[in-house]
Design a protein. Structure first.
Length: 125
């Protein structure tokens, strides 16, 4: 693994820390660590900008899927300021993953997320 790939893996690790933060203060801090101040998050269900709106989207997913955590599915692939990776939303009780997707992120010069473009590959009925 090259040092340049660490940049993308570290950014994605911070991204998952934010998505898996359960407590409001931890969520606020994790979003600020992962995203640039004017960062955005866009997927088929949401289009938001700024730390407050991003944290609200994450909190609403936790309300909809209590007892679930996000995990990386496969490797992080990055070049220039762009990285892509798959993920799953896993039920901690039985290990099932009813939701899965694929995200593309753009990083700024400080390796914080400028934009997320998310795609949902598997969703519950």
């Amino acid at each position: 693994m090259s040092a340049s790939n660490d940049r993308y893996e570290n950014a994605v690790a911070r991204y998952f820390e934010a998505w898996n933060a359960g407590e409001p203060d931890a969520l606020t801090k994790a979003v600020a660590a992962a995203w640039a101040a004017e960062g955005s998050y866009t997927d088929p269900l949401a289009a938001v900008r700024g730390h407050g709106q991003i944290a609200a989207v994450i909190a609403s997913v936790h309300e909809q899927f209590p007892g679930f955590t996000f995990r990386l599915a496969g490797a992080v692939d990055g070049h220039h300021d762009i990285a892509r990776f798959g993920w799953e939303l896993v039920d901690e009780a039985d290990g099932s993953a009813p939701v899965a997707g694929f995200d593309v992120i753009t990083l700024d010069g400080e390796d914080r997320i400028r934009n997320v473009h998310g795609f949902l590959d598997r969703v519950p009925a």
